[in-house]
Design a protein around this ligand. Structure first.
Ligand code: HEC
Ligand code: HEC
Length: 439
């Protein structure tokens, strides 16, 4: 009897403690203005069908050897599993992908592309070089684009990988996989490349009906690569938007969706650990730029081989080494992490945040391949330069116990949507060009 009484007390006590966590969390979420995310409307199925073909078709790369999926593969959770991607002329997929002869790495980590249909998105890229300007237009590397022409930031982004020499277009003088000249690599400027791409696509009979169905009000020969990009964006949104993570269920009102450990992690995230200062709002990113002391390696973006991040866009000294706060849904699936894949475990990322200076100075690069290790900028001058513009929100270190770090990591795992864990069904069997879909 006594023992049963004790058990009852224990269970009631634990339940009360759980409810207490919920009340406390609810309070923090209210204060932080965090609600259920609006995942956006479902795109038009005909646009999605065209977009799927384009996303997986290597025809849109100069050498006919690279597709969007090369770096954002469904079997790798919309990333490539690599710290830094391997672009055109490479072979294989994901961690086993090898560079083509004389080709380098792409300077930045390929981010995941989950939930990009949420209307709250107003920027793209680690440095935000695509961004909503006002209700009618976007800023892009090719100048202002009208929102009459392009559906949203995600669609606008899809215009650019095929124009990038190392990602998809190829180098002048390249031959494609059939040994034919790569005509796209001879073209100058985005407009010419987009025209060249449309000419390529519309020369393939299988694309005409797909474009016609997706854009029934226009004659096919009036369509531009903007339309193709709108379709690619529609596919990404339709295929990679998931609402069923424990955290999203919790935000929808199901307090039983989150384990107690993850709830404690959430309390830290929105409370004491201060994560929501930057991973704020419904998308878990403020879409702002912060230097949080990530180590530098890889080819970089400047002449001296470093990646200055947002500074490259704004020339504002405070933006040196600042990168856009990443969103965190499905983050447990999408390592390696940071703008260059500097860490391959969530625990390492969390520990870096808690003491940025120690993270930078004691950086362990053992998960990097030797070709990247030799590019690591561990010299004092580089480290001082990075620490100089550290984000003010990052300067103080936060001390958490190992248990608390575990709770934060458990919370990050609760951001995984079960339906994002197997995306094989998003792969088409074939694409209109007939080029291989599987690597
Ligand atoms: C060779 C690898 C590679 C290929 C091919 C590639 N990407 Fe990416 N993608 C990247 C990298 C690297 C970034 C980050 C670049 C940056 O921020 O400067 C990126 C960024 C993105 C983003 C931005 C996400 C965000 O929120 O910032 C989207 C969306 C995306 N790619 C979609 C695509 C699509 C669509 C295609 C095909 C048209 C494509 N990518 C082709 C490597 C690649
Ligand atoms: C000062 C703003 C700021 C704060 C506070 C902050 N982060 Fe971040 N976080 C960032 C930025 C910026 C990056 C990317 C930095 C880079 O790549 O150079 C990042 C990267 C990450 C990543 C890697 C995601 C990916 O896809 O690469 C995770 C996970 C993460 N943060 C979790 C946390 C947690 C947990 C906390 C609280 C302990 C936290 N962050 C606090 C700004 C912040």
């Amino acid at each position: 009897m006594k023992r049963i009484g004790f058990l009852v007390l224990l269970i009631v006590g634990l339940a009360a403690c759980g409810a207490d966590n919920d009340a406390q969390l609810d309070d923090l979420l209210q204060k932080a203005n965090v609600f259920q995310l609006d995942f956006g409307p479902a795109p038009d199925p005909d646009k999605v069908a065209l977009g799927q073909a384009l996303f997986f078709d290597k025809e849109s790369s100069g050498n006919r050897d690279t597709s969007c999926a090369t770096c954002h593969h469904p079997l790798l959770f919309t990333g490539d599993g690599l710290p830094l991607p391997v672009g055109t002329s490479g072979a294989g997929l994901g961690p086993t992908r090898v560079r083509g002869q004389g080709r380098g790495f792409i300077p930045r980590n390929a981010p995941e592309v989950f939930n990009r249909g949420a209307p709250e998105w107003r920027t793209m890229f680690w440095d935000g070089r695509i961004a909503i300007q006002d209700e009618n237009s976007l800023i892009t590397p090719a100048g202002t684009m009208s929102l009459n022409q392009i559906d949203n930031v995600t669609a606008a982004q899809a215009m650019f990988p095929p124009t990038a020499a190392d990602e998809m277009r190829g180098q002048s003088g390249d031959k494609d996989v059939f040994g034919e000249p790569n005509e796209l690599a001879q073209l100058d400027g985005e407009e010419a490349i987009w025209e060249g791409l449309m000419a390529r696509l519309l020369a393939i009979p299988g694309y005409t009906p797909l474009f016609q169905a997706a854009f029934p009000d226009a004659a096919v020969d009036e369509l531009t690569f903007h339309d193709a990009a709108n379709a690619i964006g529609a596919f990404e949104i339709a295929a990679f938007t998931f609402t069923d993570s424990p955290w999203d269920q919790y935000l929808a009102g199901d307090t039983s969706a989150l384990s107690d450990e993850a709830k404690r992690g959430a309390l830290l995230f929105y409370g004491e650990a201060g994560c929501a200062r930057c991973h704020s709002g419904n998308l878990m990113t403020d879409q702002q730029y912060h230097n949080i002391g990530a180590p530098q390696f890889g080819p970089g973006k400047s002449e001296i081989g470093v990646d200055d991040g947002r500074f490259l866009e704004t020339n504002t000294p405070a933006h040196q080494f600042a990168f856009r706060t990443p969103p965190l849904r499905n983050v447990a699936l999408t390592g390696p992490y940071m703008h260059n894949g500097a860490y391959d475990s969530l625990e390492a990322v969390v520990r870096h945040h808690l003491d940025v200076k120690a993270g930078l100075l004691n950086y362990d690069m053992s998960h990097l391949v030797p070709e990247l290790q030799i590019t690591y900028r561990g010299d004092a001058a580089m480290q001082e330069a990075i620490l100089e513009t550290l984000d003010p929100l990052m300067i103080a270190s936060t001390s958490l116990t190992d248990t608390e770090v575990g709770q934060l990591v458990a919370f990050l795992h609760a951001l995984t949507a079960p339906s994002a864990t197997n995306l094989a069904h998003t792969l088409p069997d074939s694409v209109p060009s007939g080029l291989p879909v599987r690597d």
